[in-house]
Ligand binder design. Structure first.
Ligand code: PGA
Length: 243
């Protein structure tokens, strides 16, 4: 499977950033799939700037309903209409800032799939959970309750304590967690579980990308801070083993 290098711009980025970023990604490496998930307001202009290129677009969240009286929310069909092919769901910043439960993440995932989007469902333990040896248990439980039956899409393992901190788990810990996630996916989804890409996210940078992306069952990266600069994002993409 080709690796996926996904950039999560979070609440960063303005219209003025689009043209330069899009121009730089014209030189994106082949053999790896690239995705940028900017704030909603940039999607449509980004789609125009990236048209004909190799970089896909995604949203950072969607509502479980296709439409309705939900002030401030965005529905999955609206993301698709604005040019998104993917949507990040259940990111820890949404689970924490917006109190999103696994059940909400599952409902959003179903809405995304119904709208033809590829969901990227995020899971990951807190530092306290890792310290007491509960990391795999927490992640397995998030998978069991966040993924709908027959799920197809992408899973991102993002230890909460590694996001935006410059800290990453050891290579052995990443490999062990990705193996545990693969086993859980096979258990939950049967043969379909073998086809799910499992991204690693949390302080991925040009300097550590090659070693993280080479680990077994790592199918790409979900990159926050380092995706804001095209140069760093492309350096991470260049570090991916070619599919
Ligand atoms: P980071 O964020 O790369 O800035 O640690 C990753 C993420 O939250 O997806």
């Amino acid at each position: 499977m080709r690796q996926l290098i996904a950039g999560n711009w979070k609440m960063f980025g303005r219209l003025a950033d689009i043209a330069g970023f899009a121009r730089a990604t014209r030189n994106a490496p082949a053999g790896v799939d690239l995705l940028i998930c900017p704030p909603f307001t940039l999607l449509e202009r980004f789609a125009a700037a990236l048209a004909g290129g190799a970089v896909a677009l995604g949203g950072q969240d969607c509502h479980p309903s296709a439409e309705g009286a939900h002030t401030g929310d965005i529905a999955a069909p609206m993301l698709a209409e604005a040019g998104a092919a993917y949507v990040i769901l259940g990111h820890s910043e949404r689970r924490i800032d917006h109190g999103e439960s696994n059940a909400i993440v599952r409902a959003k995932t179903e809405a995304a799939i119904a709208a033809g989007l590829i969901p990227i469902v995020c899971v990951g333990e807190t530092e306290a959970e890792r310290e007491v040896g509960e990391a795999e248990h927490v992640v397995r439980s998030q998978l069991r309750h966040s993924l709908p039956s027959g799920f197809s899409g992408v899973v991102a393992y993002e230890p909460v304590w590694a996001i935006g901190t410059g800290c990453t788990p050891t290579e052995d810990d990443v490999a062990a967690m990705h193996a545990a996630i693969r086993a859980a996916l096979l258990d939950q989804l049967g043969a379909g579980g073998a086809k799910i890409l499992i991204l690693y996210g949390g302080s991925v940078k040009p300097g550590n990308a090659a070693s993280l992306l080479a680990l077994p069952e790592v199918g790409g990266a979900l990159v926050g801070g380092a995706s804001l600069q095209a140069e760093a994002f492309l350096a991470i993409a260049s570090a991916a083993p070619l599919g």
